[in-house]
Design a protein around this ligand. Structure first.
Ligand code: ZN
Length: 214
């Protein structure tokens, strides 16, 4: 497999990300977004983290997209400039980072080594590697023996440098199933640092079993 994945001369995974022009104040579009009068479908769900009464926030009007850390490019990006020692595991194109402090031990984040903003921007070879690596990370987290499912999550809203969350849903914790796991992660108290670190190191050891560097 080629390690020359700088994008030049390679097929990209999809189309380049489209940058739409924001035209705020479109009344008909704004009216499409309204808070439901009855939230009980949501709040009665057994995995919903909060007790009633639950009140939705007032909707803010449209406004131009906010800037993100890393938008200025690799030279000032905290992840591009980070040393490998900050990561649990690395290889040629990817680096795995511990989520700490954490209430869900085994939770990690995968970063591209280079400054890609999205899967659609990456060369096809790199996007293909991502899929295979996701499977390896899932297996590594499940090998802890304390995790029932691995939830993948990516938004791209918080930082411009490509990264994906792997949330470790604890074995037997039915209340944490599904959509709200990342919310539960913030409702629950963090575990002791040494236990979170030990879980992350175990994930890295399992991942390093076939390739990469711890
Ligand atoms: Zn970067």
């Amino acid at each position: 497999m080629s390690h020359d994945l700088n994008g030049a001369g390679h097929d990209v995974a999809g189309v380049h990300p489209i940058q739409p022009v924001m035209q705020t104040g479109d009344r008909s579009r704004n009216e499409r977004f309204r808070i439901k009068g009855d939230l009980s479908d949501l709040t009665s769900y057994p995995t919903f983290p909060f007790r009633p009464p639950t009140v939705a926030q007032e909707l803010e009007p449209e406004r131009p997209e906010l800037g993100r850390p890393g938008d200025e490019g690799p030279a000032t990006c905290e992840f591009c400039t980070a040393d490998d020692s900050r990561f649990l595991w690395t290889d040629t194109h990817w680096r795995l980072r511990l989520h700490s402090p954490s209430s869900l031990p085994g939770t990690v984040m995968l970063h591209s080594r280079d400054h890609w903003e999205s899967l659609s921007e990456m060369p096809a070879e790199l996007a293909s590697e991502f899929g295979i690596l996701c499977a390896r990370i899932e297996s590594a987290i499940l090998s802890l023996g304390t995790v029932a499912r691995v939830h993948l999550y990516r938004s791209g809203d918080g930082h411009a440098h490509f990264h994906t969350w792997f949330f470790a849903r604890p074995l037997g914790r039915q209340q944490f199933r599904g959509t709200f796991l990342s919310t539960w992660a913030q409702v629950l108290q963090p575990w002791p640092d040494d236990e979170v670190r030990a879980a992350g190191e175990a994930v890295a050891r399992a991942l390093a079993g076939d390739q990469g560097t711890r």
